[in-house]
Design a binder for this molecule. Structure first.
Ligand code: NAD
Ligand code: WQD
Length: 337
């Protein structure tokens, strides 16, 4: 049974990945400092998989603690690295925090972990910025980052691309588009702190009556209905991509030291479309109004998924309706913050 370290494994995408890894027969050990997650998530994961989950509360920026962790777990076969801060607005207010945690944390991981361990890294479609050409392909050049958060993802990818051959590691960067939804059991999901910044949690909270209305950020963009377009993907599909990446590394099918894959559905949906799809899929209204555009938003982004399909042998399976229904089921089940 291969043993995988999942950093940030109690977070939104990490928790779903722990579930699919355990269900695929992997032994999982989580490292998380709980800065954006709760220890109870481990129990929820165990409830789904009916398997014990090992969790160690460690900050990956803490060299001493991380060194101790790797000494204690000398039998690891791979690393999936989720641990990072991810709030774009917060990163503009506290750039040092984001560079220290996201870049500094990953450098510690590279320093303290045995060099032969392959790494799967959480990257983001944000690395592409605004592109004139769509769908986005993996070999497009990065545009200048709009935020320190986006910059940390570009920097981490660059660091991994240059260090992987030198360290003789295998590294796969997965560039997620817009992960949404929750586990179909509604035992785990996204736990946004305070006012959600992302569309779907704001939408479900509005549908639940926790917020009076959803602001649609801009409706005069050059898109069919004027609102922005994104590639929304079920978090379970994102989780599954990690199993495929680890499988590829452990079965020695990864030849190049560094690979990057788009993890999206390949389909774009506008904000207004998503609201209507949610209302249709759940039968619940989302009061909304057109508001000013949000500074820094790209107009449209969706993935070219060809490379992931042919090389990673991965393709999104869940429909957008299922993702929205699961997001709604989670909203109704989730512990109030
Ligand atoms: P999340 O905040 O829910 O999960 C991140 C986890 O990492 C949390 O449990 C947090 O406590 C932990 N963590 C943060 N800093 C840490 C540190 N220094 N040491 C140990 N643990 C630490 O975020 P998520 O949505 O699950 O995102 C996971 C990864 O995917 C992140 O790297 C994020 O940047 C990336 N990503 C997310 C999205 C998205 O829309 N959710 C899109 C693209 C990429
Ligand atoms: C989606 C669309 C908004 C809220 C962010 C990060 C990105 C990546 C994914 C990690 C946009 C609109 C939103 C609202 C709205 N994360 N919107 N009203 O901006 O595509 O990407 O999450 O890597 O780095 O920037 O996602 O969910 O914030 O917005 O109209 O209240 O919904 O303008 O068009 P985004 P989002």
């Amino acid at each position: 049974m291969p043993k995988i370290l999942v950093t940030g494994g109690l977070g939104y995408i990490g928790s779903h990945t722990c579930v699919v890894l355990q269900q695929a027969g992997y032994e999982v050990v989580v490292v998380d400092n709980l800065v954006n997650s709760k220890p109870e998530v481990a129990l929820q994961i165990e409830k789904i998989t009916q398997q014990p989950l090992a969790v160690e509360v460690v900050d990956i920026c803490d060299a001493h603690a991380l060194k101790g962790f790797f000494e204690q777990h000398s039998d690891l076969d791979g690393i999936i690295h989720f641990a990072a801060l991810k709030a774009v607005g917060e990163s503009l207010a506290q750039p040092e925090l984001y560079f220290n945690n996201n870049v500094g944390g990953m450098l510690q991981l590279l320093e303290q972990s045995p060099k032969q361990l392959p790494i799967v890294f959480s990257s983001s479609c944000t690395v592409y910025g605004q592109s004139e050409v769509l769908p986005l392909q993996e070999d497009f050049l990065f545009q200048k980052a709009e935020s320190p958060y986006g910059s940390t993802k570009q920097m981490c990818e660059d660091i991994l691309r240059f260090t992987a051959p030198k360290q003789q590691r295998k590294v796969i960067a997965l560039r997620y588009f817009n992960p949404i939804g929750a586990h179909p059991t509604a035992h785990i999901g996204e736990l946004p702190q305070g006012v959600p910044q992302n569309l779907v949690p704001y939408m479900t909270q509005t549908a639940a009556g926790k917020r009076p209305k959803l602001n649609v950020f801009g409706a005069t963009y050059n898109t069919p209905d004027g609102s922005c377009i994104r590639d929304y993907i079920h978090v379970m599909d994102v989780a599954q991509a990690h199993v495929k990446a680890i499988e590829r590394q452990l079965s020695q099918r990864q030849v190049e030291p560094y690979e990057a894959f788009n993890i999206g559905t390949g389909k774009g949906h506008s904000v207004l479309e998503l609201i209507h799809l949610f209302e249709k899929a759940t039968g619940v209204a989302v009061p909304h109004a057109i508001a000013a555009p949000r500074v820094g938003d790209v107009v449209a982004a969706y993935a070219d998924t060809q490379y992931a399909e042919t090389t990673l042998n991965w393709k999104a399976q869940y429909s957008i309706e299922q993702a929205l229904q699961d997001a709604w089921a989670w909203e109704k089940a989730a512990p109030n913050e």
